[in-house]
Design a protein around this ligand. Structure first.
Ligand SMILES: Nc1ncnc2c1ncn2[C@@H]1O[C@H](COP(=O)(O)OP(=O)(O)OP(=O)(O)O)[C@@H](O)[C@H]1O
Length: 258
């Protein structure tokens, strides 16, 4: 679905991404890992067209994104939750969600889908509250909700658990897992699990679309739980990729432990 090849990125004279390759197959949940400052956020911003790239290719389902305008991503089906969430503190929850619609372009989506409120019931309860008055966890749910309003096929999240209470971290993890893996779940025949409204809403979105996920995450247990593939970066280069169950202790020690 997303194939990055030989990407080169500079901040001025500073060479930040070196010959970087990354593959995100359809249906996967890929976790981009690495210590602070290795270039994870830079890579996500490059994918989103928020910073220019010098050379290389970013192919999304056959469309070359490396030189395309940032606005093209939403229309193509890429949703983005930036680091630090970047919600509008003075706008209400409803207004924040509607900002996600501004890039609807030709998609024909005119209102925030009800499924967003089914996935994050707290947003419905707080529709008229200002974004800045929400807790960190609620703001993160708002940021993810906003990224989902255009029904993306690829959801990109930059450190979704940063600064969030443990119980909300786990809720957010469950939502990501279900968005990613609920495809094909038969809601009429739950597999031993009580299928609630949230689950059904996610299964509905997922059945229609199948949300592939690329996320940056520093918390190892969260990454192991949520993602099924990893890509480790070190000093602007990809140094190891594989299935999450292959992420060995020596790699963790060498590239991730601070
Ligand atoms: N706007 C910028 N101008 C110049 N250098 C930058 C800019 N943004 C980031 N950098 C530098 O680029 C390198 C990669 O930063 P980046 O934020 O992508 O790393 P990261 O892996 O996401 O780290 P973190 O986990 O701390 O967010 C760092 O050395 C950083 O100082």
């Amino acid at each position: 679905m997303l194939t990055i090849s030989a990407l080169q990125q500079y901040y001025g004279a500073s060479h930040t991404l070196w010959d970087l390759d990354l593959s995100v197959p359809q249906g996967a949940c890929v976790c981009l890992m690495g210590r602070n400052g290795v270039g994870k956020t830079t890579l996500l911003k490059a994918i989103m067209g928020l910073i220019p790239v010098r050379d290389g290719s970013i192919d999304f389902d056959g469309v070359e994104l490396a030189k395309a305008k940032a606005e093209s991503r939403a229309e193509l089906g890429i949703g983005y939750v930036p680091q630090g969430r970047e919600i509008f503190p003075l706008l209400t929850v409803e207004e924040n969600l509607k900002t996600g619609l501004r890039a609807a372009g030709k998609l024909g989506i005119k209102k925030v889908p009800d499924a967003i409120y089914d996935i994050f019931p707290v947003l419905k309860q707080m529709l008229k509250r200002r974004g800045g008055d929400l807790s960190g966890g609620q703001q993160q749910q708002l940021a993810i909700g906003r990224a989902l309003v255009l029904n993306p096929r690829l959801l990109i999240l930059d450190e979704p658990t940063e600064g969030i209470q443990p119980n909300i971290v786990s809720e957010i993890g469950d939502v990501i897992i279900r968005l990613n893996r609920a495809r094909g779940i038969d809601t009429a025949k739950p597999d031993g699990e009580a299928v609630g409204e949230v689950h059904q809403a996610i299964a509905r979105i997922n059945k229609e679309l199948g949300v592939t996920v690329l996320l940056v995450e520093q918390k190892l247990p969260f990454a192991r739980k949520v993602a099924n593939q990893f890509c480790i970066m070190d000093r602007g280069r990809h140094v190891a990729v594989g299935a999450m169950e292959e992420l060995a202790d020596d790699m963790v020690k060498r590239y991730l432990t601070v």
